[in-house]
Design a protein around this ligand. Structure first.
Ligand SMILES: [Fe+2]
Ligand SMILES: [Fe+2]
Length: 500
């Protein structure tokens, strides 16, 4: 679904997406869907039982406050590229979360692994049932987790436009949970129903019953974190969805393909959020005649975020997100690939490749005897490493666009990605102290410098001091520039959220 992925680039309309064909969505049912839910009574009953529990979860763990506000939201009403969404003011609890699959591709075959070329599975392949269920549960768990992480941000939104974007991301993550729950309930019987309930019971950051993956238990305490999260961590979501969209299990592939169309907007929110922050900083520096980006005290007095602090925030979010890819060398990932359940990024389009990888190798950076070395590893065991490399490449586009804004403003500063091994807790670099430049350090040397590389207490206090709500139509907090275009081309003073 490369067109959907392209939808995040700023050259296109913010919410431009694409899908292949038109499938009508049934909106008469309590659960909007294009999967002919009404004909499967057992499935419908299971989802109708889950629905009130989901709403309970939304009430408890969804956005704090604003539940009675009218929010200008887009709702997916189909998968037709020319009109898949409609925009309207909606109260969030009344949002129509639905089940939408990208259209079936007739004659689709499994694009990789030992079943390559066989017809794609329409039912769960019995021998891979446990592994497939786990993949769906892990993906599903990230969706409500991010809603929980972001639940307090409404109160400090820097504008109604941004508040609307936050809630848009939140309701769509809710829909992504629905997408995975549909698969669990439809294809995994009782086990699936139990997993669907467990997805509503785990809580981000909770000691006893946390979310499955580490980064989804971190706090998203402020708007800068939110923008970094939606740029860097939702991009992990994009990579995982893209890998699952290649799956030989066709219902999973079709679910993920449609989810990618929504994900593009989340990435857009992150990229433009950081970009607008940079714009405000550069404009304020220029106006005050400050040329040195490291004149932090003077810059902070202007009520904008200094660029070195943005770099530290980015370093943090990049490193915890890289951990989400799991160990670079992994037999689980090899299994998911060989069985045909989870492919690589753009699998079907990879040229010069047998898509089976029996004899292929892949270069993986490892720490050996206190040095970083690149080793050729069997490609099958390096699937995660490759997806992480693809992710790092994918991150660079937005960073380049951010740097252009800084350069245009005439400020001598460049945002960069830290070394892959920086601040990692999972995989090849775990247990090592590696600087952003890629030197292996002693614990002492790391401790002496890490305040320059990761947000320190002063940084967090300063960011916190900026988090004052700006909830007036057409107004923006000092630290962020207005967007160039409104959502769905609405004018600058549009009331994106009607707060009562
Ligand atoms: Fe999602
Ligand atoms: Fe997302």
């Amino acid at each position: 679904m490369s067109t959907a992925i392209a939808g995040e680039t700023l050259t296109e309309a913010p919410e431009a997406i694409s899908a292949d064909h038109f499938v009508e969505v049934s909106y008469d049912d309590a659960i909007p869907n294009n999967v002919d839910l009404s004909s499967d009574k057992q499935l419908l009953r299971a989802l109708e039982t889950w629905h009130p529990k989901y709403l309970e979860w939304w009430k408890d763990m969804g956005p704090e406050g604003f539940q009675q506000s009218d929010v200008y939201l887009r709702t997916a009403v189909g998968v037709d590229p020319s009109g898949w969404a409609k925009f309207d003011h909606v109260k969030m609890p009344q949002y129509r979360w639905g089940i939408l699959l990208a259209p079936k591709v007739e004659g689709r075959t499994i694009p990789f692994g030992r079943h390559k070329g066989e017809p794609a599975w329409q039912e769960v392949p019995g021998e891979y049932r446990a592994l497939l269920r786990r993949l769906i549960v892990v993906q599903g768990d990230t969706e409500p987790a991010s809603v929980e992480q972001q639940r307090y941000l409404g109160a400090t939104a820097p504008s109604l436009y941004d508040m609307r974007n936050l809630f848009q991301v939140n309701v769509e993550e809710g829909r992504h949970l629905w997408a995975m729950v549909y698969l669990l309930v439809k294809y995994f019987g009782r086990d699936g129903r139990e997993e669907a309930e467990a997805l509503l019971r785990r809580r981000s950051g909770e000691q006893d019953n946390p979310r499955i993956l580490g980064a989804f238990n971190e706090r998203t305490p402020d708007w800068l974190s939110f923008f970094m999260f939606t740029y860097f961590t939702d991009r992990d979501g994009k990579m995982q969805l893209a890998a699952l969209a290649e799956s030989g299990f066709d219902p999973l592939s079709r679910s993920c393909r449609f989810m990618l169309t929504e994900e593009a907007h989340h990435l857009f929110v992150g990229e433009t959020g950081v970009q607008r922050t940079i714009e405000a900083t550069c404009a304020a520096m220029n106006k005050a005649g400050i040329t040195d980006p490291y004149d932090v005290a003077a810059i902070r007095k202007l009520g904008v975020v200094d660029l070195p602090l943005l770099q530290r925030k980015a370093n943090f979010h990049m490193s915890v997100t890289r951990d989400l890819f799991g160990g670079e060398i992994s037999s689980n990932a090899a299994d998911a690939f060989s069985t045909g359940l989870k492919g690589r990024f753009n699998e079907a389009k990879l040229a010069g490749d047998d898509h089976v990888l029996t004899d292929a190798t892949y270069p993986v950076t490892r720490v050996v005897d206190g040095r970083l070395v690149v080793e050729q590893v069997p490609a099958l065991r390096a699937i995660n490493s490759r997806l992480l490399d693809d992710y790092i490449n994918d991150c660079q586009g937005g960073i380049n666009r951010w740097n252009k804004v800084i350069e245009k403003a005439g400020i001598d500063f460049k945002l960069v990605q830290p070394h892959k091994g920086f601040n990692r807790k999972i995989g090849e670099f775990a247990g090592h102290r590696i600087s952003p430049a890629g030197e292996i350090l002693t614990e002492e040397a790391w401790q002496a410098k890490c305040g320059e590389w990761l947000p320190n207490d002063d940084d967090m206090k300063f960011i916190n001091s900026l988090m004052k709500p700006c909830h007036e139509r057409g107004k923006y907090a000092s630290w962020i520039a207005p967007p160039r275009v409104g959502i769905n081309n609405q004018p600058g003073d549009f009331e994106y959220v009607k707060i009562y």
